[in-house]
Design a protein around this ligand. Structure first.
Ligand code: ADP
Length: 330
């Protein structure tokens, strides 16, 4: 729905813009022709006033001709400058408006997604608690319901953390702590948490030597959690997800690989934008807010690192994080 709305507004803006720009260029061309004609008429009058039999006729005519050329050069340079400034300004304004419209549509998308994402866990939790109160259930059933309720509250917790954090990080009001961290410990904690939450999924770890980074363990775990969550979300339930650590020069590398739906090359950069989700609200069947990767990149960059995504073989993607290693002996 918002995709169509955005396209319509963008189409109207584009038409209005092209119309205005064409009008300005046409007015400019008209103005140039008018000035040219005036100049020619002026020249003709002045030339008519010259006396051909006068001694200095040749010199006066030369003066008039050079005056005419100077005027033409002046109109041309003024016109070209004005045209160039107009076009640059039009491109600048058009790009800003386009960006603003896209951001507005993404924010509306986000509000819809968030409302849905908030309502579902709350509704499920409420229903589960009411079931527990009304019915006498055996221990297995109670465990089952509590497990599902916890899963929903965890999702709710993640969502709230993501929303809060992105606004705090943006406002610069969140201070990252900086301590020496074992990367393997951070990865183990994240992978362990997901293994508990998604007991039926195959989450594999490949870690060799100890690697140390300087940073905020909570934030790094959140970044890794977002990647693991996506890897599980965008691949088949039976498919394995792998998390690996390694060293690359002076950097520590964390890779999260899946064999899921993959990401088209044209989307590989955009997915890190705020609120960006591939496809539109009607075709998407996964839940999300488009905040996870934005936040992940922000956290990694605040740790002096970088993140990118590449294709996995035979399918899926690998998200690659690189963070400077500390205590690295060259
Ligand atoms: P969310 O998952 O909440 O939509 P993210 O910021 O985490 O938001 O991801 C942005 C988009 O990138 C997702 O909507 C999805 O289309 C795409 N994406 C992220 N991770 C993967 C993945 N592992 N496989 C396929 N697509 C992915």
């Amino acid at each position: 729905m918002f995709g169509i709305y955005k396209k319509k507004r963008l189409a109207v803006t584009t038409v209005v813009y092209w119309f205005l720009l064409c009008y300005i260029v046409a007015a400019l061309a008209w103005w140039y022709i008018e000035l040219w004609n005036l100049n020619e008429a002026n020249f003709a009058i002045k030339e008519g006033m010259l006396n051909p039999s006068a001694n200095d006729y040749r010199q006066q005519l030369d003066n008039l001709l050079s005056q005419r050329s100077r005027k033409i050069a002046q109109f041309a340079s003024e016109g070209i400058t004005f045209l160039a400034v107009t076009i640059v300004a039009a491109i600048f304004v058009y790009r800003s408006v386009k960006k603003q419209i896209t951001l507005n549509a993404q924010q509306q998308n986000f509000m819809m997604a968030v409302t849905h994402e908030l309502k579902t866990p709350i509704a499920v939790t409420k229903l589960n608690l009411e079931t527990l109160r009304r019915h006498r259930l055996d221990t297995t059933q109670v465990d089952n319901i509590i497990g599902k309720t916890l899963e929903e509250t965890n999702r709710l917790n993640d969502l709230c953390n993501n929303i809060l954090l992105s606004s705090q990080l943006e406002a610069g009001s969140f201070q990252l702590t900086s301590e020496k961290l074992s990367l393997n410990d951070v990865v183990n904690e994240s992978a362990g948490e997901f293994a508990r939450r998604f007991q039926k999924r195959d989450i594999r770890k490949v870690m060799n030597e100890e690697l140390y980074v300087s940073g905020d363990s909570l934030m790094l775990r959140l970044a890794i959690n977002n990647l693991l969550e996506n890897a599980l979300k965008y691949s088949q339930p039976a498919a394995a997800v792998e998390i690996r650590t390694a060293r690359n020069g002076n950097n520590c590398v964390i890779e999260v690989a899946d064999t899921g739906s993959g990401i088209p090359d044209a989307e590989k950069k955009k997915i890190f934008d705020k609120f960006y989700r591939i496809g539109n609200e009607n075709t998407r069947n996964t839940k999300g807010t488009g905040l996870g990767l934005y936040l992940t990149r922000k956290i990694i960059e605040d740790h002096g690192g970088s993140i990118y995504v590449r294709d996995n073989q035979p399918s899926g993607v690998v998200f690659v994080i690189e963070i400077p290693e500390i205590n690295h002996e060259r």
